[in-house]
Design a protein around this ligand. Structure first.
Ligand SMILES: Cc1cc2nc3c(=O)[nH]c(=O)nc-3n(C[C@H](O)[C@H](O)[C@H](O)COP(=O)(O)O)c2cc1C
Length: 189
């Protein structure tokens, strides 16, 4: 698959880190992964996990230059994931700002009817944020909030992180056995 994984300045850098690791290790790969970092992504990652580790072979891009392949509909991609996605980024997508490579890419994926998965992280939400989420849903984005599940009885932070990353992988159609599925035997995928 050819993917954009955009990382923004919301809390939850670990979700992005884990997704990158799993995509890199995926036996169905290698995937062509373009990692797009917003201006604040590194700052939050530094606070939360020290440093984002970009797997070998994945291309890293900043957010200012439009000299990246995913800002044009003419370049084909299978999907874009914004993980974690700040409410600022959700708002700019909802209102079509296209003022940075990440926001423009999201605009492109929506207009080309390509898969755009947004993993927002904020709590609580104000009404503006809630309405922006509705707008991106109406425009065709898939919204997978960074809300972990507990019915797998997670024992570590990584177990919790994986409950969110597993849903993202499901929506990317990437096979995985990250978490036990409800009422299904453990050996699947
Ligand atoms: C430590 C830290 C944690 C943050 N967590 C969140 C968050 O969970 N959700 C959010 O919407 N913004 C959060 N922010 C604020 C965003 O980083 C800020 O709004 C930024 O402008 C987002 O820009 P970006 O979407 O281009 O990365 C956080 C900022 C810092 C420094």
């Amino acid at each position: 698959m050819k993917l954009v994984v955009a990382i923004t300045g919301a809390s939850g850098s670990l979700y992005a880190q884990r997704l990158l690791e799993i995509l890199h290790a995926d036996p169905q790969g290698p995937h062509e992964v373009h990692v797009a970092l917003s201006r604040h992504a590194q700052e939050v990652a530094q606070a939360e996990i020290g440093k984002l580790v970009i797997p070998e072979g994945f291309q890293v891009h900043g957010d200012h230059s439009m000299q990246v392949p995913y800002v044009s509909g003419s370049t084909k991609f299978d999907a874009m994931v914004i993980i974690p996605c700040s409410m600022g980024t959700v708002g700019r997508i909802a209102h079509g700002y296209s003022d940075s490579a990440i926001i423009r890419a999201a605009d492109v994926f929506l207009k080309e009817k390509r898969k755009l998965i947004i993993v927002p992280r904020e709590t609580p939400w104000n009404l503006i944020q809630a309405r922006n989420i509705v707008t991106v849903l109406e425009a065709g984005a898939q919204v997978i909030p960074a809300i972990p599940a507990f019915y797998h009885r997670p024992e570590t932070i990584l177990d919790l992180v994986d409950t969110v990353v597993a849903r993202v992988l499901d929506h990317l159609s990437v096979k995985h056995a990250l978490t036990k599925r409800w009422m299904e035997p453990e050996t699947q995928d």
